[in-house]
Design a protein around this ligand. Sequence first.
Ligand code: FE
Length: 593
Amino acid sequence: MKFGVLMAEYRCTVCNYVYSEKEEKKRFSELPDDWRCPVCNAPKSLFVKLTPEKGVKPVSNTVADVFIAQMIEWGVKYVFGIPGTSALGLVDALRKNKDIRYIQVRHEQTAAFMASAYAKLTGHIAACLTVAGPGATNLATGLYDAKLDRAPVLAITGQVERNRIGTGASQEIDQHAFFEPFSVFNMTLISPDQTTNLVTSAIKHALLLGGVAHIDVPRDMQSLECKEKIKPFKDNIPNRSITTDEKHLKRAAEIINTSKKPVIIAGFGSLEAKEQVVRLAEKIDAPIVTTFRGKGVVDENHPLYMGSHGTIGSTAAAELVRDSDLLIVIGSSFSDLTQIPQKRMIQIDIDPMMIARRYPVESGIIGRSAIVIPKILKFVDKKERKDYRKKMSELKSRWLKLLEAEADPISTPIRPQYIISVLNRKLDDDAIITLDVGENGWWFGRNFQMKSTQRVLFSGYLGSMGFGLPAALVAQLEYPERQVACITGDGGFSMVMGDFLTAIKYDLPIKVFLFNNKNLAMIMQEQKVENYPIWQTELQDCDFAGFAENCGGIGIKADDPRELEKVVDEALKFDKPVLVDIDTDPRRFIATD
Ligand code: FE
């Protein structure tokens, strides 16, 4: 092996440590599976590849070519978008460079959702690229999703030529003003010698602040000559292995040591520290409750896992949290849906502004959970709480029986709880599951028992319908070997269904399970609860299976619950995009104990 030519670098998405094959004289792929980040102890699976082995060179010396090469150097693998008049130079630079993939979609909203979902899945950054005007405005919903869920995204838009800005030119809008409310970085490229600085600054802002970085590139700029040198990632971005000092970590451990009934609430920020969260729970013998976004931090059949907390939570989680004398909240932003009550509290979060966001905390620790939890672990006492364990096990089995009772396997239309229970049994242990917003996501959050090797992606704070399909597309692109299941509804799917064609075009064998209840069923439910007449929530039915077939995929109808298991088995076997159109009951039948 010639180490002199090894150039690939890998970024730890937890702390930004860069593994350089050239410096370490060893390929990343040859490191053992249990190798860990030397700085923050993150597993190998949380690393992303930055640069290709042979290094990065612009294809020519235009602004567009240098721009794209700089993105590649900083690890951007995908650009999602639709070609258009004011972005032609950048699109052509993507055509010429083989180290980046351009994915053409049918609506720019899909491009933005894909970039946001990619960031949520990998902790790294992807880009979306559109034409000025309508292409730029169509990105807004997906980019707001990224902003609210703190997902790093690079948004690039074309703009009219510099000498036409302000003249009311075709497709010209004030893009700077448009992007400003939802961007952490928002700049226009006005000079060729700005190119590498602007691209690296944009990515740095998006990664470190967690959000959308936007660059406007006027059409005439894209073909100008650029003599800028590509800037490396390594040494241009800080390491984030920050934690609170030992005195505060010891104080937190003391509080844990004196508590009788502690409960761990694990949010999205704890997903990077799955093993550590479980180790902490086992050492102090405390139950783990997750938020909706924290689902999957621990196998749901782990004896200390008690379900989610909040509106879609379990009765077990609700009771344990109510009776607890200490909440250890890890990486949760206290969404009103999670409904964390005011209690004695320890909070761990990467964002100082999240500490004591809703209630005072006795100990607020700033830092990445993967780094902080092992340090606290050293100071906490090992506990064995027999009565507490007994109570947990009773509460959990009561909750699981209740879910089983709800999953009526014979009613028609098919009960959503039954569909979830079938998917629960059939999906792979390492499936990536993408959700929409509405009854499908609600039932998934409440009734699906996740494994820690599965991942779920959805639109968290924005709660946007239409997220499921784009997220499935990008998950399958990034993980061609893993099963990707999109759980969606007729409402959410029909908002983005044109992009089922994207699955066909790029050979992405996603499996779409469409809960077709012919309604905006969640809104219908709200009309009922709030005593409004049911109105305008029925949806025109559509032959979705036929639609999938007409696109070139596989479409399967499921209206007999007794056939559902067989249909799901069959769907999962295809190596093509599949849509299963499931005749679903729009009503909520909830079992109580
Ligand atoms: Fe690290």
